[in-house]
Design a protein around this ligand. Structure first.
Ligand code: ADP
Ligand code: MG
Length: 731
């Protein structure tokens, strides 16, 4: 069966060389019961380990069934051990957290046997070693003798031709030792048993061969009984462990040590939470960057707003609006869409705030405080609850009269009374809306148009920068201006000089030609204009109200429509095109001046995410490694029992996978509780707003691969050296 020719094993340890065994010649047959003795350090264990394929050898040759093994790789030896060798160790090498039954079952599961076929076999062997009463007892609760019986049962049930036992009785009292040896002899009749012991008397009556070792050499080999080897050697059939059994072991390992389960659970909890908060806070940052993208011309860049113009550039008519209203996805139309984008301030005593004036026709919902307006000078204010400047002093707002100011010169235009307040759905709406009567809007429209227009005034053959104001005292086609301007002309002849004014904006261009009819001085200013503050108007051209209106009081050239469902906004735009309108989403005008900022955020996000994941991975790995340290013995034992790298990785995978998934599910449950307001944590609520299904899935995948990496690294460690080296390190 086994033949060793001049086999030597040398240990190199930190520069020191030690001889394990030197030039050992030995032949071992099936049916033999070989006992090896010798003082400590004589090389007995080394010899057994070489025979078992747990350790390599440097010189000579070992034949298994006549085949050389000197060229064997680590993998070949694994294979050899699976087929031929069952080990019994001095320190039992059992899984303490498993029951007797589970310990014995383990080897059969690893051999790929089906659970249903093995129950009887296991109970049989447990009976044979006399442990039936303890079959469901955890091994950690057994005495040394009982443990060794389990180890023997496990070695026997593996059903290999060779059983190797290194001082199996070393830790036992005499009586137990005798029982163990007798048991071993009885159940291993046709096998080759190689056993190390110090106590020759105990084994003399069973041994067929007694080998004495000294200083790495065999000094005597006493063949007590000649054995004729049976030619048909039964290799042990070793199949792959079934997927189902891998899962069973994974599940068993997940829960069988409570403290380990809890610790791992907490680590994964920490990982999941850290991943998710890290991700969410970056989403938050990105989102804030997103919102800071604004349009120069448009204050409202919400994604349900479409700008419309007529294809022939003319002003909108009531028929146009009627047709637009016929489109199903249209929520409402803002005819004077300039008002959406132009803000006015309302002033009163020490209070002042900006907002948009909107047509009361577009007011939706109920008034939360106060009442509806009854006349042209009353308005409704709509504001988010968190606009504390206003909401903290409702008394100073509701029912009070404010002056609306001209944004260009901050002159008072009109007085408006806030009679009703509506809170926006969005508490964070910091952009007040003033819902006013159509008449007020009409009055303000000219002003808005003027503010939005590029004014060109050609006077004295030069373009000049003057303000234009309507004045009732000026006749149509005339201009009244500052008397000092006459000094620019020959003979100071300014009367009847031409003034050409053109106003152009993105919607229209309008020109009028006027003539200077009079000039004002400090003394006649009031008489000519009806106004008082002469100093304020030195740069103003006063023109007739009609002329003024022809420049600025235009009916709408651009309106906005708001759609109900912004997801089908493209279709709505097509429908608008079909009725002769040019339609453009306001979001297309979004000037993204935060593009670089966003780019930087993106890069930082990617880098930080990677760094965080790497750091988290290593923290988790270190913690998991510490936690799994107690599992090294378990997995090394699995390896000793013949589990492959892949098997071990997979079994650990399953355990970590179950644990991490449970952790992750707990986190999701908690988030659910926060979202449904059963648990109230503002900070988390804000963050989880930025997590969607996609993020949850991504996080789970990251967790999944972290687990895979962890188990891979761990399994690699278990396999980084020969089984013996690893075992020595761990035990
Ligand atoms: P025994 O089992 O008879 O007590 P061993 O086979 O364990 O003896 O040891 C034989 C010799 O090999 C001893 O001198 C021991 O120091 C050396 N040895 C055993 N294992 C190692 C090892 N892992 N590294 C270095 N030297 C070792
Ligand atoms: Mg030893």
């Amino acid at each position: 069966m086994l033949k060793l020719e001049s086999v030597s094993k040398i240990y190199y340890n930190k520069g020191m060389i030690a001889t394990g065994i030197t030039k050992v010649n030995l032949e071992l047959k099936l049916g033999e019961f070989v006992v090896i003795t010798g003082e400590s350090g004589s090389g007995k264990s080394t010899l057994l380990n070489v025979i078992s394929g747990i350790d390599s050898y440097e010189e000579g040759e070992m034949y298994v069934n006549g085949k050389e093994t000197s060229h064997y790789t680590e993998k070949d030896f694994e294979e050899y051990r699976r087929k031929y060798i069952a080990n019994i160790f001095q320190n039992f090498n059992l899984i303490n957290s498993y029951t007797v039954y589970q310990n014995i079952e383990l080897i059969l599961l690893l051999k790929g046997e089906k659970k249903s076929n093995i129950k009887k076999k296991i109970l049989d062997i447990i009976n044979k070693v006399g442990l039936t009463k303890f079959k469901n007892t955890k091994v950690s609760k057994l005495s040394g003798g009982q443990k060794q019986r389990v180890a023997i049962a496990r070695a026997i049930i593996k059903d290999t031709p060779i059983i190797v036992a290194d001082e199996p009785t070393g830790n036992l009292d005499t009586k137990s030792a005798e029982e163990i040896i007798e048991l071993l002899r009885k159940v291993a009749k046709d096998k080759l048993v190689v056993m190390v012991t110090h106590n020759i008397e105990q084994v003399e009556q069973y041994a067929t061969k007694i080998i004495k070792m000294h200083d790495g050499r065999i000094v005597s080999c006493n063949e007590i009984k000649k054995i004729k080897e049976n030619k048909d050697i039964m290799e042990c059939k070793y199949n792959e462990i079934t997927v189902f059994n891998k899962i069973r072991l994974g599940i068993r390992n997940t829960f069988n040590i409570f403290s380990k389960f809890t610790l791992l659970f907490i680590v994964f909890l920490f990982m999941s939470i850290a991943f998710l908060t890290e991700y969410a806070s970056f989403q938050l940052a990105e989102n804030e960057a997103d919102e800071s993208g604004y349009s120069i011309g448009f204050r409202d860049i919400s994604d349900n707003r479409i700008l419309i113009k007529k294809q022939n550039q003319s002003a909108f008519t009531n028929e146009d609006y009627a047709r637009i209203k016929g489109i199903s996805n249209i929520d409402y139309i803002v005819e004077d869409d300039l008002f959406i984008d132009c803000s006015f301030s309302l002033n009163r005593d020490d209070m002042s705030f900006y907002g948009n004036i909107l047509d009361i026709k577009n007011f939706r919902g109920n008034i939360d405080l106060g009442r509806k307006p009854n006349n042209d000078n009353e308005i409704i204010l709509r504001i988010g609850r968190k606009h504390f400047y206003i909401t903290n002093r409702i008394d100073e707002v509701l029912g009070k009269t404010f002056s609306i100011m001209n944004p260009s010169d901050n002159e008072q235009i009109k007085d408006l009374t806030i009679v009703g307040i509506q809170y926006s759905k969005d508490d964070n709406d910091y952009n007040p809306k003033f819902y006013s009567q159509s008449e007020t809007l009409r009055e303000l429209r000219s002003l808005v148009n003027k503010n939005y227009s590029d004014l060109k005034i050609l006077f004295n053959n030069k373009y000049v920068q003057y303000n234009i104001e309507p004045n009732d005292n000026v006749s149509k086609g005339c201009v009244i201006l500052d008397d000092d301007l006459k000094y620019q002309f020959k003979n100071y002849k300014i009367i009847n000089q031409p003034v050409d004014i053109s106003a152009s904006n993105i919607y229209y261009e309008e020109k009028i030609s006027l003539k200077v009819s009079n000039t004002f001085t400090k003394s006649n200013f009031k008489r000519l204009t009806g106004l008082t503050k002469y100093e304020n108007y030195r740069n103003t051209l006063f023109i007739n109200k009609e002329d003024y209106n022809s420049l600025f009081n235009k009916s709408s050239y651009q309106s906005s429509v708001y759609v109900k469902n912004s997801e089908i906004i493209e279709e709505t735009m097509l429908e608008l095109n079909n009725i002769g309108l040019k339609a453009k989403k306001v979001t297309d005008y979004k000037v993204d001046d935060s593009a670089t900022y966003k780019q930087i955020i993106k890069i930082i996000k990617v880098v930080v995410t990677i760094v965080v994941i790497v750091v988290l991975f290593f923290i988790s790995y270190l913690i998991v490694r510490i936690i799994l340290k107690s599992r090294n013995v378990y997995f090394t034992t699995l390896r000793m029992l013949g589990a492959s790298f892949k098997n071990i990785k997979r079994i650990l995978d399953i355990e970590l996978f179950i644990n991490s998934s449970l952790s992750y599910i707990s986190v999701l449950l908690f988030i659910h509780l926060v979202k449904t307001n059963i648990v109230n944590v503002d900070f988390i609520e804000q963050l989880v707003n930025y997590l969607s299904l996609r993020e949850y899935i991504i996080m789970y995948i990251i967790l999944f691969f972290t687990v895979k990496l962890l188990s891979r690294k761990f399994a690699k460690k278990i396999f980084k050296s020969t089984a013996m080296n690893i075992y020595n390190e761990e035990v």
